[in-house]
Design a protein around this ligand. Structure first.
Ligand code: NDP
Length: 283
């Protein structure tokens, strides 16, 4: 029977570390503030932003949400990004994605000061990660690494296979795994014979966004399996990219959905915000 990579417990640990760091900064007169840019009324985005606000409050981080209608001009958002970069009261900020059709997220994300880029998704932040310079790390990939480390899973020298190569998850995750000295393979929709590749993994991380696509045939005996996928079931509740019941008996460790990577992603945003506040702006 596999051991559970419990994201709720690991995330609670991270939140408690963040809370003491926030308290320490407050004692020195440094306020920690997270700003969010929310455009439109996509229900999932609205829910995510509400939970990020709640998380922030819990650890003593002030939060402010800038709300815009879906038809806001791109220039107005660009101007807010510029002001947030300059505003010393803002420790860090992010744009809740996806943006409504007609808006282009990349120029906006690219203009976020890397010292305030708490999502860690700007080309400069990702570039710094690739060349090994300090940067704020993308929340989901960093959450995956922390979930593994905090459960004592050693990555050094192990075969890690990532399914998915998105800018949000797969690509930065591959970089972080390299940084941990894993031997890394990245699979995607053109990978031939996926089960043959994934079965070689000591550590298999799935971020394909395809409901329950990974089954027992994809997993080697004793592998560590991390499921990044999140899908809402028609009957309510969440499910991942991995068929948990089928894979669990073969795995040494497995992350559940919900309660695995999701809580870690949220916790790493708080971690990045307090890190940004501690380090302060670049200039
Ligand atoms: P994307 O859709 O941007 O990327 C999916 C990737 O998976 C692509 O690289 C795609 O390949 C690859 N892929 C798709 N189908 C297959 C297949 N059959 N075999 C191999 N590779 C495949 O998704 P994201 O990276 O944004 O998200 C992935 C999942 O993670 C989603 O379910 C999302 O909801 C979830 N997620 C969860 C978070 C959390 O906090 N737990 C945070 C962020 C995302 P190609 O490039 O060739 O198209």
């Amino acid at each position: 029977m596999a051991k559970i990579l419990d994201g709720k417990t690991a995330a609670a640990e991270v939140r408690s570390e963040v809370a003491s760091e926030v308290a320490g900064l407050l004692e020195r007169g440094v306020l920690v503030r997270l700003d969010v840019i929310l455009v439109g009324e996509d229900p999932a985005s609205v829910t995510y932003v509400a939970s990020k606000e709640r998380d922030s409050q819990e650890v003593g981080i002030e939060s402010k949400v800038h709300r815009f209608a879906a038809d806001v001009p791109q220039e107005e958002l660009a101007a807010l990004v510029g002001r947030s970069n300059e505003d010393t009261a803002v420790s860090g900020f992010f744009i809740q994605l996806p943006l409504p059709e007609g808006l282009d997220p990349m120029p906006l994300i690219s203009s976020i000061d890397p010292a305030k880029d708490v999502d860690g998704l700007s080309p400069e932040s990702v570039g710094r990660l690739v060349v090994g310079l300090p940067s704020l790390l993308p929340c989901t990939p960093h959450g995956v690494i922390q979930l593994l480390k905090r459960n004592g899973v050693d990555l050094s020298g192990r075969e890690a296979v990532v399914v998915g190569r998105s800018n949000l998850v797969g690509k930065p995750l591959a970089q972080l795994l390299l940084r941990e000295n894993a031997t890394v393979t990245v699979c995607h929709s053109r990978t031939q014979d996926l089960p043959e590749v994934t079965r070689r993994a000591d550590v298999l991380i799935v971020a394909a966004g395809k409901r329950e696509m990974i089954g027992a045939e994809h997993v080697g005996e004793g592998a560590v399996v991390v499921d990044v996928g999140i899908h809402r079931k028609e009957e309510g509740g969440l499910v991942g990219d991995v068929r948990f019941d089928e894979v669990e008996p073969r795995a040494a460790w497995i992350s559940p959905v919900p309660g695995g990577v999701g809580p870690m992603t949220r916790a790493m945003l708080l971690h990045n915000t307090v890190t940004a506040a501690r380090i302060g702006p670049k200039s």
